[in-house]
Design a protein around this ligand. Sequence first.
Ligand code: HEM
Length: 390
Amino acid sequence: MSERVDIMTPAFRADPYTPYAAMRREAPVCQVDPGGMWAVSRYADVATVLRSPERFSSQGFRAAWQPAWVGHNPLASSILAMDGPDHARLRGLVSRAFGAPAIARIEQRARDLCERLAGRLDGEVDFIAAAAAPLPAFVISELLGLDHALEPHFKRWMDDLLSVTPEPASAEHAARVRATIAELDRYMADVIAARRRSPSDDLVSELARAGELLGDREIIDLLVSILGGGLETTTHFLGSSMLLLAERPAELERLRASPQLIPRFIEEMMRYDGPTQSVPRLTTSDVALAGVTIPAGSLVLALVGSANRDEVRFTDPDRFDLHRGQPSLTFGHGAHFCLGAALARMEAKVALEVLVPRIGEVTRAPGEIPYNRTLTVRGPVSLPLRFRPA
Ligand code: HEM
């Protein structure tokens, strides 16, 4: 590969898997645009990056999401961006909130919501707006104990926070991102103050109670990272899943006939076209990987989306195969393994269990599918589909 690949072009966003294959073959550790970040594309090397925090620090999130023009970005200072004992302490405090009781508490309400959303899938519908975005927003509100009336704002907030790139797209983009961060800070600070006055059984109250261990700044950053971690990812997952079912009626038929295959569908979908494309890290020293030396202080993208299609790891990796039974790296690997993985799997299972039997037929409506433009996650921004109810 003679030229640097630009991982943000619409063509790359629409199909990253073809250029990934060339990168794995010809330049498994190389620099990419924008900005000359380093990209690691083979499964074994991606796994090495993710399980070696002493060489590949999670401060990579800070480098990716907090260039000077942004100022303080809660996502860039959160649990995602921490290493070592600080990270372990915070993870210990927050992980209980993601356990089986919390998931069980939310599941029935998520199922009720899906029943209501299923009624919208009739005729030509943007599946993202109709179902893929509302479900994760509802689940996060339940988890954190936020006002459901705010859910329409979640997407705008996260679109702005995740749109950060080394240089702003325009002066207007820079101003919008900074205004959104200020708005989020104000809103979360108000919620924390309210829960301190009258606690409830939600995550914000639990974190506010741990007040002597956590300051407001730390809680705000954490809440925003949970919002960021849980919203876009799950929305993209649901969108990409429905797109695959629209393009492959045989898979829809198979799930309708055998709903017990839904968990397998979810795992293979996470691998085949999962929402996580790259996980950023920062090198703490010069590091040699696949025969290339990455200088100290470099921003490295562990290309999980490419690792999941690595032919050395997965036989016939471009084939969607429900019976593969090999885990992917979509929820990460090592100390930062996704805290919300069980919650996300529950959401996906509930959505497919409710929606699949209600869909008689789903096909693509004409037109290109626009993909989002962020470093970390990928999925359709809108997804016009035609539904015929069963
Ligand atoms: C399909 C859905 C999801 C995917 C693909 C996904 C993926 C990931 C990945 C790859 C990481 C590791 C990042 C790293 O190593 O730096 C991560 C971490 C995290 N995820 Fe998820 N996630 C999903 C859903 C969720 C949900 C629903 C929540 C919460 C509501 C959530 C909350 C978090 C948090 C808090 C972390 C940080 C853990 C840590 O730094 O120790 N995620 N996720």
